[in-house]
Design a protein around this ligand. Structure first.
Ligand code: URA
Ligand code: SF4
Length: 227
């Protein structure tokens, strides 16, 4: 509905201009609860990514969690199953959270982008990095999730989530593990994405990166206790 109206009023503007203004904002429900947002997000066409994906993967977990974890976008397993972080990266993340002493029931977990972006490689669907314009288009869902859950702390997993929360200039390598403020969440910490640990070149590197990730999450646990 919203889109049909907007298309009419925008009829005279350039196609490129219209593309930059397309957004999940056109699909937000009038009355916002996590349930109504989830339902509305299932029908989102705020960017092109819904076209090839199986379904919207909305955030899940404790609706009043102290900690919100934000990944990049659903992967192959998440796209099929409809739940965030249920594939290999999710399993690694669960292990790291438990090693850091963070209770699963105090976490809400979501992604910066709610549809799986991929390229076909033979019969396999390979992760493709979402463009900035797609991250921007999807941001309204994340902002509303933060408003509803009101976590004490938001942890960005990887550069895409960090840039969604902290702006495109944000450099993970420079500010990893620091407590930062964002216009959409007063307390944000950025760390690596669990997939980056899975991609480590050998066992030694993987163990070292896992240990550093768990250390970051231990700092997060301490911040939560102090908050
Ligand atoms: N990677 C992500 O960023 N999110 C998921 O849900 C799964 C893998
Ligand atoms: Fe909507 Fe986000 Fe999916 Fe794009 S990726 S269609 S903005 S839910």
């Amino acid at each position: 509905m919203a889109r049909a109206t907007r298309t009419n009023t925008d009829a005279g503007s350039a196609g490129a201009d219209r593309a930059t203004t397309r957004s999940a904002a056109d699909f937000l429900p009038a009355r916002k609860t996590l349930a109504s947002l989830r339902e509305a997000a299932a029908g989102c066409r705020g960017c092109d990514l819904y076209e090839n994906a199986t379904q919207t993967v909305f955030g899940e977990g404790n609706a009043h969690a102290s900690l919100m974890l934000v990944g990049e976008q659903p992967g192959d397993s998440e796209d099929r199953e409809g739940h965030p972080f249920v594939g290999p990266a999710g399993k690694l993340l669960q292990r790291a959270l438990s090693e850091a002493g963070i209770a699963n029931d105090d976490v809400y977990i979501t992604n910066a982008v709610k549809h799986f972006k991929f390229e076909w490689r033979g019969k396999r669907r390979i992760h493709a990095k979402p463009k900035r314009i797609e991250v921007r288009a999807c941001e309204p869902w994340l902002i509303e999730e933060i408003k509803q859950v009101k976590p004490k702390l938001v942890v960005a997993l990887g550069a895409t989530a960090a840039q969604a929360l902290l702006g495109p200039q944000f450099r993970l390598t420079e500010r990893r593990g620091e407590l930062l403020a964002s216009p959409v969440a007063p307390r944000v910490v950025a760390t690596v994405h669990p997939s980056s640990i899975l991609r480590a070149p050998d066992d030694e590197a993987r163990h070292a990166e896992m240990a550093r990730f768990v250390d970051d999450l231990r700092i997060v646990a301490a911040m939560l206790r102090a908050a």
